[in-house]
Design a protein around this ligand. Structure first.
Ligand SMILES: Nc1nc2c(ncn2[C@@H]2O[C@H](COP(=O)(O)OP(=O)(O)OP(=O)(O)O)[C@@H](O)[C@H]2O)c(=O)[nH]1
Ligand SMILES: [Mg+2]
Length: 608
């Protein structure tokens, strides 16, 4: 009798899209128009992108909750990242939602991550409201994009009801949403109304016991660990005694020491929270994402959150370079291990494997960008460590080695198609589709091994003079397509410890592209540049000019070195080969050969 009730006072939505299609900016406008800020208050842009790295890079990295009120209904919003490497965050966010706002850029149209996130909402059976965003763009083609979205729904096997999706046109940045392009509107009221009308209110069952699914973790200095998630049935009360059911079906007792709900971007303490609401609960330390919190009397776990498997793995070790321990505060393997475990608790897409060597860990995730963000975060916390090349994760089926394959979508000037196709075919990629609509730009689709894309993005941008756009989506596992070099150039390797000098670097410039400037510390085995040819060479970057008493006029060469593009972490991990590592400290990024001594390297390679 009391089944299938709905809490009409609440809506839970996730905002999903391909990267940069305007999710976080739309949330700003929703905040403004729901009266969250007093008029005239200066507010930062993309206020939900609160992490330092998010603000610096202008992208969302972690999914985050907030809420707005509209006509007496609380809309819990989860802003998600659009970058493919953070797809696990979308999967986690959807576990709290009853529906999703799918944003699609009115010029770019549906892109690979649009497909990924839409597929995930279908798998969860969630209602989707489509918002064709950025219709103010000069190159906007909203009606065409609507057709493309419809095609995408068909492609993903949407049923009739899903195909009849509600849609709006919007300029998120100006806070405008409308049903018809010709309509004159200057607010988001229609979006709020559509959410209230189309997204089902959270359903609950009074005959079921209390259940809350933990979908996120937080930490507060005063309260300790915070469990964040949605209440599925019954009401939570401050001081209630509960149990947390973990992945091994253990029942860990807890008492709700504080109960909070989202109020705008902040949290508000409450005495009780109703079914369907998203709460932040304190009172338990040992809780993980996916656990269910329920009563002691009726412990009944909900289905755990599942996310896609990791696709790449990377070696993390303590820093063993001769310069280790000079720049970082935290260098011990125990601390690195603790930090990585902490990451796996919060980040559902990251896995950690301990190896036999206690100083060496294997970290698995969704992509090298995700790894770079993790490493960058660690170095900012004061860590010093070394990392190896990102490697794809192979599988084996009936004795056949399988490798991950991606569909690669390229949009570039037709003149660059030749060089792009050539580079991709060397890397065992195949052209699968080509559209030339005679506009001067072409759209090509390739099927490529994932491993060939590691480090390729930079080259692609250089090859297309910065104008090409590439997007990828994981397509599945296929038989291994054969070897090709991970890099077609060699490394210039320092043969001794010292300090680099201008004279030596100047004379090395013709050999390739240098990574260091005069006055930097170097050591034997440190990679100081990229060699033009496919083999490594040794060099002495601290070689001074021989001083003679005889200074012949006109013979003194000027030794002004060319500017060096600073080595970033992302470039470094994409650049190194299997026998090379990146040394990361709060101040420096250095590259080195795993075997520092040239003699030992030669011996290993069977050379004398
Ligand atoms: N022309 C136009 N640009 C917009 C609009 N909304 C957002 N933008 C711009 O699009 C860029 C990306 O906006 P974000 O809100 O960060 O996009 P996002 O979808 O949250 O990006 P990720 O979270 O990294 O996936 C920013 O430069 C915005 O200023 C719009 O309505 N029109
Ligand atoms: Mg964002």
């Amino acid at each position: 009798m009391n089944k299938n009730l709905r809490n009409e006072k609440i809506r839970n939505i996730a905002i999903i899209a391909h990267v940069d299609h305007g999710k976080t900016t739309l949330v700003d406008a929703m905040f403004r128009q729901s009266g969250l800020f007093r008029p005239g208050l200066e507010v930062d842009e993309r206020i939900m992108d609160s992490m330092d790295l998010e603000r610096e890079r202008g992208i969302t990295i972690a999914a985050k909750n907030c809420s707005v009120q509209w006509n007496g209904v609380k809309i819990n919003i989860i802003d998600t990242p659009g970058h493919a490497d953070f797809g696990g965050e979308v999967e986690r966010a959807l576990s709290m939602a009853d529906g999703a706002i799918l944003l699609v850029d009115a010029s770019e149209g549906p892109l690979p991550q649009t497909r990924f996130v839409l597929k995930k909402t279908f798998e969860k059976g969630l209602k989707v409201v489509v918002v064709i965003n950025k219709i103010d763009r000069k190159d906007a083609r909203p009606e065409q994009i609507l057709d493309e979205i419809y095609d995408l729904f068909i492609d993903l096997d949407a049923d009739e009801e899903q195909l009849d999706f509600p849609y709006l046109y919007a300029v998120g940045r100006q806070g405008i949403a409308k049903k018809n392009l010709s309509e004159n509107r200057d607010d988001l009221h229609l979006l709020f109304e559509t959410i209230l009308h189309e997204i089902p209110a959270p359903e609950y069952d009074t005959e079921e016991p209390f259940q809350m699914l933990v979908s996120d973790l937080g930490y507060s200095d005063y309260l300790g660990r915070l469990a964040i998630g949605r209440i599925f049935n019954q009401t939570a009360r401050f001081n209630d005694a509960m149990v947390c059911i973990n992945n091994t079906e253990e029942h860990l007792p807890l008492k709700i020491s504080k109960l909070q709900v989202y109020d705008g971007m902040n949290l508000k303490e409450v005495e009780t929270a109703k079914p369907g609401d998203i709460v932040v609960l304190s009172g338990i330390e040992d809780v993980k994402i996916g656990d269910t919190i329920c009563t002691k009397e009726f412990p009944k776990p909900l289905k755990r959150i599942t996310v896609d498997e990791p696709t790449i793995s990377m070696e993390f070790t303590i820093n063993t370079s001769p310069l280790s321990g000079k720049e970082g505060k935290i260098v011990q393997s125990g601390k690195i291990r603790e930090r990585l475990i902490k990451e796996t608790l919060k980040n559902v897409a990251v896995r950690l494997e301990q190896t036999e060597d206690r100083d060496r860990f294997i970290v698995k995730g969704r992509g090298e960008f995700q790894m770079a963000i993790l490493i960058e975060t660690m170095r900012r916390e004061g860590f010093e460590l070394s990392v190896g090349r990102p490697n794809v994760i192979y599988k084996s089926l009936n004795g056949t080695m399988l490798e991950p394959i991606e569909a690669l979508f390229v949009d570039c000037d037709e003149h660059f198609l030749g060089v792009v196709t050539e580079k991709i075919s060397i890397r065992k990629g195949r052209l699968t589709n080509l559209v030339n609509n005679r506009s001067g730009r072409i759209r090509a689709e390739f099927s490529v091994p994932s491993r060939s894309l590691i480090g390729y993005r930079d080259e692609f941008l250089t090859d297309t003079k910065g104008t090409g756009i590439m997007n990828t989506i994981f397509a599945g596992y296929e038989p291994f397509r054969g070897d090709f070099p991970t890099r077609f150039t060699g490394s210039i390797v320092s043969d001794r410890q010292g300090s680099s000098v201008a004279y030596a670097l100047y004379h090395l410039e013709p050999r390739g592209r240098l990574f260091i400037v005069p006055g930097e510390p170097v050591y034997a085995g440190m990679i100081i540049g990229e060699h033009n040819k496919g083999v490594d060479i040794s060099a002495n970057p601290s070689k001074e000019k021989k001083l003679t008493n005889m200074r012949a006029a006109g013979k003194d060469e000027s030794t002004v070195c060319s500017p060096v593009k600073p080595m970033t972490l992302e470039r470094a991990i994409n650049f190194i080969k299997d026998d090379e590592m990146v040394e990361v400290t709060p101040q420096s990024i250095r590259l080195y050969k795993k075997t520092l001594s040239i003699k030992k390297r030669k011996h290993k390679n069977g050379l004398n």
